[in-house]
Design a binder for this molecule. Structure first.
Ligand code: ADP
Length: 678
């Protein structure tokens, strides 16, 4: 076994690999960019090497520097994690030339599977079922048009070198093909340096089911069953679970054997995933093979009682697979939710900023479960801590929340509970959205397909409403109780300096004012609460009604109150003038209008259209001096895996375009000067 490995990655996967290495007595070397000097993965590894500036291409993608660092620090092997260099055949081969073990498959397997088109050709030969489509080398746009017309719409365009849901376009009509092709090729070249695309029939209501495979250097190859990753947005996985609901044992074996055949066909070694797309009737087609460890591998670990990173290290060291096929049974049910810094209400736009506050449900960091023991109910794999920043340079993932249950119902209940205990202040997150998703009818009843989120859009994105009374009462109780903590007198019985609102005659009354901006487009909604103090609580006067409020218990930010005789619980975190109220899986931000503080002035953005986030300009559609109509696309930016179109807010005139294609722009930077028509 290796005595020291270098981890050529960052974030949660680097921390995850380090945890197993530590358990196995293997030392770890971290690499980091200038943006990550204070990152968690640097802290959890034994040694660390700075490899370059923030941009991944200058740091985490610099294979030469990484190899140099591994040699300088005496590592024998390199674990690439996922993303970055994990599926880069040249890097794997460069490691070998430098006398280092690349913890992953041989370069030849990666090349065979790296191109979706070439992989499909190979699988066709091996008799694995394929989605009807075109995956030839001839890329003439007219030929692609004819092929798409032949296959029949809707079709899906996919970057042949693509991954992570990037470089894909659904085309509904023949006349839309050419523009989608141009946009797909643009994204493909910028993301993968290769603009080759393939065309596939776009299946209706398909499920994404993938098989975890593992092969060693001694000729053994097993499957560790399936994961269902059907719940996606923009073709990116949101929830993953194992086993797949409703999977009959014979189909599981058939898919597992097809996956092993695919792995064997390319001389595979190590951890890999064979992805299938399945129709509702159960028929399945090969989609692609990912030649690395997947983000969602923990659900497989939870139900099989394995540590897949340990398997990777053992296989890379030349040892046989720890288990045989018949020893790999399924125990219980596991679900993973990807907690992201993003704004689901704004088209899942990534959110950049600092995690000012992060309170997680009780969990383990990483633990083996499985056949012989009961796994932990909740596991969190995360690469960030409270106080860390989510930067525009890398994936905005905050954590993977993984739960295990004896069956799916128990796992679901645990997931809903864990999500309601996951509180973050500082950035927008998808936590409340995830909770609605796991509690929604479709996921709860396992009515799964890749269109689940879109199909249930109205239920998943409810109209934001005013803060409910319980939320206002939690905020009020937190403020009022907080003030009582301020006790200027040394004598706690002294009524003259108490802040309990004691008055010689009658009860002290005051007003609390809150505001929120749930109706983001209009001005903030204001809430005025009359407060009357009593010896054991307060009366709230809100909207003409009186409500009895008392604080029952408080543990720092966590409060239990009684409101009109009902128990209400929640967490109230104060950040400046903002009160973040977490209750029952919801997160309300209330601005407390402290009568002693001045209200800030809002400055209008003037006639400038600004960047919604830091990113790169990939297309400038409008020209200076051009008259445009409302909704017309003006500039396309790319940021964090997605293209964002900046459109005209109204009819008007583009006075000046301030950036060119290729320019990097900062968050909030004016992109163009725009004058609305009178
Ligand atoms: P990537 O490598 O970017 O992850 P995949 O080829 O694995 O791309 O596809 C990602 C997702 O896109 C799938 O999980 C599925 O939801 C959807 N998808 C892919 N091919 C099809 C298809 N032919 N019909 C319908 N949906 C598809």
């Amino acid at each position: 076994m290796f005595t020291k490995i270098l981890i050529a990655n960052r974030g949660e996967i680097a921390c995850r690999v380090a945890a197993t290495a530590r358990r196995m007595g293997t030392k770890t070397v971290a690499v980091y960019s200038e943006a990550d000097a204070g990152a968690k993965h640097v802290a959890v590894c034994d040694e660390a090497v700075l490899i370059g500036p923030a941009a991944a291409k200058d740091s985490y993608l610099r294979g030469d520097r990484i190899i140099e660092a591994a040699k300088a620090h005496g590592a024998q092997a390199i674990h690439p994690g996922y993303g970055f260099l994990s599926e880069n055949a040249e890097f794997a081969e460069a490691c070998a030339r430098a006398g280092l073990v690349f913890i992953g498959p041989p370069g030849s397997s990666m090349r065979a599977m790296g191109s979706k088109s070439a992989a499909k050709q190979l699988m066709e030969g091996a008799g694995v079922p394929l989605v009807p489509g075109y995956h030839g080398d001839d890329q003439d746009p007219q030929l692609l048009q004819r092929e798409a017309d032949r296959i029949g719409y809707p079709v899906l365009l996919k970057a042949s070198a693509g991954g992570g849901g990037k470089g894909m376009r659904v085309v509904e009509r023949s006349e839309d093909l050419q523009s989608a092709l141009a946009s797909c090729k643009r994204e493909a070249i910028s993301s993968f340096g290769d603009d080759k695309v393939l065309v596939e029939k776009y299946l209706q209501r398909p499920r994404h089911i993938e098989i975890q495979v593992f092969a060693d250097t001694l000729g053994n190859c097993v499957y560790l069953h399936e994961r269902d990753c059907s719940v996606q947005r923009r073709h990116q996985k949101v929830l993953e679970e194992a086993p797949a609901p409703g999977m009959p044992q014979d189909r599981r074996a058939a898919m597992g054997e097809a996956a092993v055949a695919a792995a064997r066909a390319v001389g595979y070694v190590g951890a890999g995933t064979v992805e299938f797309i399945a129709n509702q009737d159960g028929s399945f087609y090969f989609m692609e093979m990912n030649t690395r460890l997947q983000v969602e591998h923990p659900v497989t670990e939870m139900i099989t009682g394995t540590d897949l990173v340990e398997w990777q290290l053992r296989v890379a060291a030349g040892q046989p697979l720890p288990k045989k096929q018949h020893e790999l049974a399924i125990h219980g049910h596991a679900i993973e939710a990807r907690v992201y810094a993003e704004n689901p209400e704004k088209g899942f736009l990534p959110s950049i900023g600092t995690l000012h506050y992060m309170d997680t449900p009780a969990h383990v960091a990483f633990e083996l479960g499985g056949q012989d023991s009961t796994p932990a109910a909740v596991r969190i794999d995360s690469g960030v801590r409270q106080g860390d920043a989510i930067s525009p340079f890398y994936d905005p993932m905050i954590a993977k929340l993984i739960v295990w249950g004896a069956d799916r119902a128990q796992a679901l209940a645990r997931m809903a509970q864990a999500l309601s205990e996951f509180h973050i202040v500082g950035l927008a997150t998808n936590i409340a959205f995830l909770k609605r998703l796991v509690e929604g009818q479709a996921f709860a009843t396992a009515d799964l397909d890749t269109g689940l989120i879109e199909r249930n859009h109205d239920a998943l994105f409810p109209q934001a409403g005013p803060a409910p009374l319980g939320v206002l009462a939690l905020a009020a109780a937190s403020l009022l109780d907080g003030e009582q903590g301020i006790r200027p007198s040394a004598n706690p019985a002294d009524p003259w300096t108490s802040t309990r609102g004691w008055r010689m005659n009658g009860h002290y009354r005051r007003q609390l004012s809150f505001a929120d901006d749930y109706a983001a487009t209009t001005e903030a909604k204001a809430y005025a609460l009359g407060v009357t103090y009593h010896p054991k609580g307060w009366t709230l006067d809100f909207g003409g009604n009186k409500h009895a409020l008392a604080l029952v218990a408080r543990d720092q930010d966590r409060l239990a109150i009684r409101l009109d005789g009902n128990a209400v619980q929640g967490t109230v975190r104060r950040e400046g003038e903002s009160l973040h109220v977490f209750s029952g899986g919801t997160h309300h931000v209330l601005a407390w209008e402290d009568p002693l503080a001045h209200a800030g002035e809002h400055e209008a953005a003037g006639g400038r259209l600004t960047a919604p986030m830091p990113g790169k300009v990939v297309a400038v559609i409008a020209a200076s001096g051009q008259t445009v109509r409302k909704g017309e696309p003006l500039v396309i930016m790319e940021a964090m895996k997605m293209e964002h179109t900046i459109s005209a807010p109204s009819d008007g005139l583009v006075e000046e375009v301030l950036y060119q294609v290729g320019d990097q722009v900062a968050d909030g930077a004016p992109l163009l000067a725009f004058k609305a028509a009178a």
